[in-house]
Design a protein. Structure first.
Length: 45
């Protein structure tokens, strides 16, 4: 049972870290899209 609790704890920690990484990736993707729009606008001038 103790080992099962350890595995569950590790799983929850990894799941939390994965969610944080996904969130950072979404933010980065959003920033890239904003920069692409700015680059297009700059190119039109």
């Amino acid at each position: 049972e103790t080992q099962a609790n350890q595995y569950l704890s590790k799983y929850k920690k990894q799941q939390h870290e994965l969610n944080e990484v996904k969130e950072r990736a979404e933010v980065a993707e959003s920033q890239v899209n904003k920069l692409k729009i700015k680059a297009r606008e700059f190119g039109k001038k």
